[in-house]
Design a protein around this ligand. Structure first.
Ligand code: GLN
Length: 389
């Protein structure tokens, strides 16, 4: 009889010793365990457009079930180029400057992997989406954390102070997750000044591009020739078409950067789900399929804010994204992890604490993030519970 072999090697050295399970998974799981209303992880709880499901179904039935080209279906890349040109007045070359990805997170991972060398510094503005810093570390880069300024607004001076000769990349995000604030044209001009004369690459996470409220335009780096010439710009279909589970997005970049991106993409993802690419190529031809999403979510933001007036939470300004941040100092002095867990368990509403989005969470900051991409009935039920706290 064979004896089972015993492991004699030392335990594997973690490449990410400080990293646990993402807060989105932790809070969604807790919501499920407690039967709580889930306003934590960002995803809609309403059905998608029937036409979009039919397009995927039709693509599968007509035999589009094998590998798509590595960079993405040509028809989808054309459709992306058209849409970007319509919105931002600049046409990326579908052959060399657009790549379809398995969601925004994968595109961010690939962009960082393509250009960040060991020892390179990458400036990250906290609170920052939780995949940024670990991805930089995985590729041997050094995350350099600065902070958003007052009212969660972009602080160009803080970024300027962090720039060194080793800075390889600056990561920005508008509309901002988790803060819900946006960058404006003046911020983009300021970023252009900071980067002028350097070889710093910009990674602009614009996955919430269509969720900008109160009539403001989305200030994309694509509007700025100086910025887009050095930028990876990352977009997501999930946020626009309510299909976060399809994990589909795209990256835009000038040819030389995109060539490096594709070298990584081809050995990581290779290509993205074919029938869905066919469906998106057809669906996004119709501008009303994305043109109405800002008004749709603005109404939800307003409904949530109106209901929360009767609560003891103090809401921070929400200019974009589908996230509302709120201060709970009037309710509790618990730290945000403990408070978020207690609100889930005892009051039946799951949210996201903000501290996991910081390298060093500001002392005494008491903020939670609520996702309002929910049916009105879900929001109303959550508001009722939150007003009891
Ligand atoms: N983007 C989503 C959020 O911010 C989470 C996505 C995920 O769980 N990976 O809530």
């Amino acid at each position: 009889m064979r004896m089972s072999s015993r492991i004699t090697r030392a335990p594997i050295a973690s490449k990410l010793p400080h990293v646990g399970t993402t807060i989105f998974t932790v809070m969604s799981r807790l919501a499920q365990e407690c039967g709580a209303i889930n306003l934590s992880q960002g995803f809609p709880d309403f059905p998608i457009d029937e036409k979009l499901s039919q397009l995927v179904d039709a693509a599968m039935r007509s035999g589009h079930n094998q590998y798509a080209p590595m960079a993405g279906l040509p028809a989808l890349r054309e459709a992306i180029a058209d849409k970007v040109q319509r919105l931002y007045g600049f046409r990326y070359d579908p052959d060399t400057e657009i790549t379809v990805a398995s969601g925004g997170t994968q595109a961010i991972f690939t962009a960082i992997g393509a250009v960040v060398h060991p020892g390179d510094e990458v400036i990250i503005v906290d609170p920052a989406y939780d995949c940024y810093s670990p991805t930089v570390e995985l590729f041997g880069g050094k995350p350099v954390h600065v902070r958003l300024g007052n009212d969660m607004k972009f602080d160009a001076d803080a970024v300027q102070r962090a720039i060194t000769p080793r800075t390889r990349m600056l990561m920005i995000n508008t509309p901002h997750n988790p803060a819900g604030t946006i960058l404006r044209d003046a911020d983009m001009k300021r970023i252009a000044e900071l980067l002028r004369g350097t070889d710093i690459i910009l990674l602009s996470d614009e996955v919430y591009e269509h969720l900008v409220f109160d009539g403001e335009p989305h200030a994309s780096v694509i509007n700025h020739p100086e910025l887009r010439e050095r930028a990876f710009v990352i977009f997501s279909f999930g946020k626009v078409f309510h299909t976060t589970g399809w994990k589909m997005g795209y990256a835009l970049a000038p040819k030389t950067l995109m060539a490096e991106f594709r070298k990584v993409h081809q050995f990581n993802v290779f290509s993205v789900h074919t029938p869905t690419q066919h469906a998106m190529a057809a669906y996004m031809q119709e501008p009303s399929n994305y043109g109405t999403v800002a008004a749709f979510y603005q109404a939800k933001r307003d409904r949530f804010a109106a209901g929360m007036k009767d609560s003891r939470f103090r809401l921070l300004p929400c200019e974009g994204s589908y996230f509302q941040t709120a201060d709970y100092s009037a309710i509790s002095s618990e730290d945000d992890m403990a408070f978020a867990q207690r609100v889930t368990r005892e009051f039946g509403v799951a949210t996201i604490p903000l501290s996991p989005f910081y390298k060093d969470p500001p002392k005494g900051q008491r903020l939670l993030r609520f996702c309002f991409a929910k049916q009105d009935a879900t929001l109303d039920a959550a508001i009722e519970k939150l007003c009891r706290i």
